[in-house]
Ligand binder design. Sequence first.
Ligand SMILES: [Mg+2]
Length: 379
Amino acid sequence: MRITSVQAMPVSYRVPEGRQVTLGIGRTIKRDAVLVKVETDEGIVGWGEAHHGRCPGAIARLIDTTIRELITGMDPLDVVAVWDRVYRMQLASHGMGAAAAMALSGIDIALWDIRGKACRWPIYRLLGGGRNHVPAYAGGISLGWQDPTALAEEAQGYVEQGYRAIKLRVGDTPKRDIARVRAVRSAVGEDIDILVDANTSYTTDDVRRVMPAYEEFAIGWLEEPFPPHDHRSYASAAALGSVPLAAGENHYTRFEFTRLIEDGAVHFAQPDISKAGGITETLRIAAQTSAWKISLNPHTSATGINMAVTLHVLAAIDNPGYFEADVANHNPFRDEVGGKPYELDSNGCVQPPSGPGLGIEIDEEFIRAHPLIEGPCYV
Ligand SMILES: [Mg+2]
């Protein structure tokens, strides 16, 4: 089998006013994604998703010009060879760094979709897993900075849907963050796992101020208090209390995860399969973290493609953590690109799709109806 065509499709939609959520990286005014379609000489078509990198047109251009030229004609089933070629020609030297990792991720996912379709197996089975139940938390673009009473009501709504874990957005002022966490803990009771995400907005002094309250309210993890390269602050914050730190959605490839693991400050690893290097690289990261007894809790990207692939991987590794369910109340990327790829069961768990490859059918009409909108997605 040979790769005959590689095409990136950037897609966007505006988030309606009144449904915009504010978090540590700003207020969401639109959402973006980059879908990747790989065609073969045997007629099998694979789909992947690259993270948008806050400039989806640039990621798409990298795929449609340079990377397409590098991999057309290669065997799509030999995912390691394709990964290695893109790595050497775009990531390792004089390439586009994070953008190349995102582009490579989308292509790698599409190749795994082709592998699954070629043998008519779902990806989780190809990877050695089963159609396992994975615990999910209510996350994504939700539970943002808002009045504590309204936030507690929103959180309670997810618990009523069946979620046993929820993730709040912090990274505001320590005082406001603590008031929100207190209100939500009081509303949902002791049995719900409350996670918090600062989206890189804290200082170490902020962590010192919030830590006693987060300990009191039994917070499950404090996610991304700092940018990923601020290694020193991670080390300092880890010594400030007993709430474990989580990070990884802004880490690329096993090489960056090596340092994250060895620094010893982070206890929940969160690679995004559409950023970290696709399935091929996330399996390597899973093996690394497994040896250190760190669970994998992938960051969820934008569309049903990333959600499906995340579930396949979580169902096939020995250190699965949570699946991040994007519970945004208006999310056509989740519901319409390939149909919502999971349903929450009564135990707050989800399963991967059971069909061949990703197990979802991509709606190309949706793609045509949601062309790229230039400009920032957070303001
Ligand atoms: Mg996060």
